[in-house]
Design a binder for this molecule. Structure first.
Ligand code: NAD
Length: 556
């Protein structure tokens, strides 16, 4: 059994510089990234070990955290630590090519995969919610999602608004760890956005970090500001303190001319969505005392919010679910037309997934922003013909405020990522970078996720719920030399709704790391191409043919 939480909370921050705490960079990497996930600059509620996404945690409790740190500090280069939902459970002798850490988060047997069962087991201290990059130690703050969100709004602009959001108004909810990227993603695409959050501290944090321009608690004031900016085609983001259920319905009733509507409240977990008529101060005690009643009220509020979204769609707005399960929860809350609007993956992202294109992120273990500036330059030089990538890296370099260890994200495809990884490894070896780089990705990904309300919604062959693919991805990354590999259940869409896998690799400048990188960073996106070939996507077949991926059933 897990010991109870007797430690007082403390402030955690990863070491910087080149002095090792662990025995090698292969274990220093996961150690610093675990600590970085809990850095107060990075985590939403570090005192509770909660990193982002409602209750997504980095470790089960402080005792488990201490034991992970102790173990990583002493782990040998031929040993592997096993972590079961945030608790270190065993160390085994493996070999140098094996991952140093293997992680499984929040997994439950099918019939037991419900929120009430999960919460019961969590209360017994037997599991934790790992979200995606929280329990797999590769969360890099709001920037991590910024690129994906920027890409999504760019795709909306391309589909509906002649390639720019200039002169358009977007309405969204939720300015948390992930949702907080939305205002900047819209303004980087030249649009105006109104973002609603019940918790003023969340909005204030986004203003402080430069992700949000302004905030107000007055709906009339908010409307005046965004309509003025829309008329002038001037990019602007305004945060409005309020309940999204109330505000969305009111804006629709007032016929405010909104062009794009989405939402990123923590709707996947009904206890993390505030019902109407409940204050932020009452929220957590009420949810803990009466989870079922709270869930019913949260779902009723989501039904109201989603009904307003459906109405906006009927009046011509571009409306999409942003991967938080709000349609599914609203349906449970009685909104029968919740699925009238699509998820963002089938609407905009699937063509990129068919090419194995997806998130590629890295962090500088040195803590030195100059290392990220050097890698930014290297990326632009490596892909000189990718104008979109250049625009993103330049904007990120100018506008992104680092949270915790300096980090960067961009989207790269199959047969691209290893080029960047090998380049970074060379730069570590030559001393151009002051310390090793960790390279990973989030789980909004093409080959490592089974998630019928998000990444695999509406697959061409109907294989949305087939979860063999993420397991194969994790096994392959383990076999290819990743430094840590994880298998999760739940993630961004909630218990019962997804299975997904993650990988992170440490580029420590050694020839062995180069060998591993040239396998992991090819094979990992390769599983995305494979999965989409298997589902019958023609673009994936072309990519497999052009870039040399072997898919036996397609070989003649
Ligand atoms: P978070 O818990 O950090 O933030 C959620 C925010 O919603 C909080 O600020 C909270 O105050 C606010 N909120 C809750 N109820 C509200 C209400 N009724 N009205 C207005 N605001 C309300 O979560 P996060 O990390 O920002 O993630 C948000 C959601 O997006 C989650 O469901 C997550 O799983 C999902 N997500 C989507 C993607 C994607 O790729 N699209 C990626 C990661 C996460």
């Amino acid at each position: 059994a897990t010991p109870t939480d007797s430690h007082p909370p403390r402030v955690v921050r990863a070491a910087r510089g080149t002095t090792l705490t662990a025995k090698s960079w292969q274990t220093e990497g996961p150690l610093r990234m675990l600590m970085n996930n809990l850095d107060p600059e990075v985590a939403e509620h570090p005192e509770k070990l909660v990193v982002y996404g409602g209750t997504g945690k980095a470790a089960r409790n402080w005792e488990a955290y201490d034991a992970i740190v102790r173990t990583l500090t002493t782990l040998e280069k031929d040993e592997t630590l096993l972590v079961q939902s945030g608790k270190p459970v065993g160390v085994f002798r493996t070999h140098e090519w094996a991952p140093r850490v293997l992680i499984a988060n929040s997994n439950l047997v099918g019939d037991w995969a419900t929120w009430p069962e999960f919460r019961k087991l969590e209360a017994l201290g037997l599991t934790m919610y790992g979200q995606m990059t929280a329990g797999s130690w590769i969360y890099i703050g709001t920037q991590g999602i910024l690129q994906g969100t920027y890409e999504t709004f760019a795709a909306v602009a391309a589909k509906r608004f002649n390639g720019t959001l200039a002169g358009t108004l977007t309405l969204t909810g939720g300015a948390g760890g992930m949702g907080g990227a939305q205002p900047m993603a819209v303004t980087l695409n030249e649009g105006v956005v109104l973002i609603v959050d019940v918790d003023p501290s969340r909005l204030a944090r986004r203003v402080e970090h430069g992700y949000l321009d302004e905030m107000t608690d007055d709906i009339d004031d908010a409307i005046t500001r965004v309509l003025a900016a829309k008329a002038e085609r001037r990019p602007l983001s305004v945060g409005l303190v309020g309940n999204a259920a109330t505000v969305f319905a009111e804006l629709r009733a007032r016929e405010v001319p909104i062009d794009i509507v989405t939402d990123q409240t923590s709707a996947h977990d009904p206890l993390a969505y505030l019902p109407e008529g409940v204050t932020v101060a009452e929220w957590h005690a009420y949810a803990a005392e009466k989870p079922e009643e709270f869930t019913d009220r949260a779902r009723a509020a989501m039904a109201k919010q989603v009904q307003a979204m459906v109405d906006f769609q009927m009046h011509g707005a571009e409306v999409f679910d942003y991967g938080n399960s709000i349609r599914a929860e609203a349906l449970l809350g009685g909104c029968e037309r919740a699925f009238d609007f699509p998820g963002f993956v089938p609407a905009y992202i699937r063509p990129l997934f068919a090419e194995g294109k997806g998130p590629f992120r890295w962090a500088a273990l040195s803590g030195d922003p100059a290392d990220i500036a050097a890698t930014d330059k290297a990326i632009v030089e490596l892909f000189p013909h990718d104008e979109h990538l250049r625009r993103w890296i330049t904007a990120a370099g100018e506008k992104v405020h680092f949270e915790g260890l300096p980090a960067r994200i961009c989207w790269l495809g199959y047969q691209e990522r290893h080029l960047a990884g090998l380049k970074f490894n060379e730069m570590v070896a030559s001393g151009e970078l002051s310390a090793p780089i960790v390279i990973g990705r989030d789980h909004l990904d093409s080959g490592s996720v089974a998630s019928p309300y998000r990444e695999t919604e509406a697959m061409k062959d109907g294989s949305d719920a087939i979860a063999d693919w993420p397991l194969l991805n994790a096994l392959l990354n383990t076999a290819s030399g990743a430094t840590w590999v994880s298998i999760h259940h739940g993630g961004g869409v909630g218990i019962g709704r997804s299975i997904h896998a993650g990988q992170v690799i440490v580029a420590d400048g050694t020839p062995l790391a180069a060998e591993k990188i040239s396998r992991v960073l090819v094979n990992d996106p390769g599983t995305g191409v494979m999965r989409h070939v298997d589902a019958g996507y023609e673009r994936a077949e072309e990519v497999a043919r052009e870039r040399g991926l072997r898919v036996p059933m397609w070989e003649t």
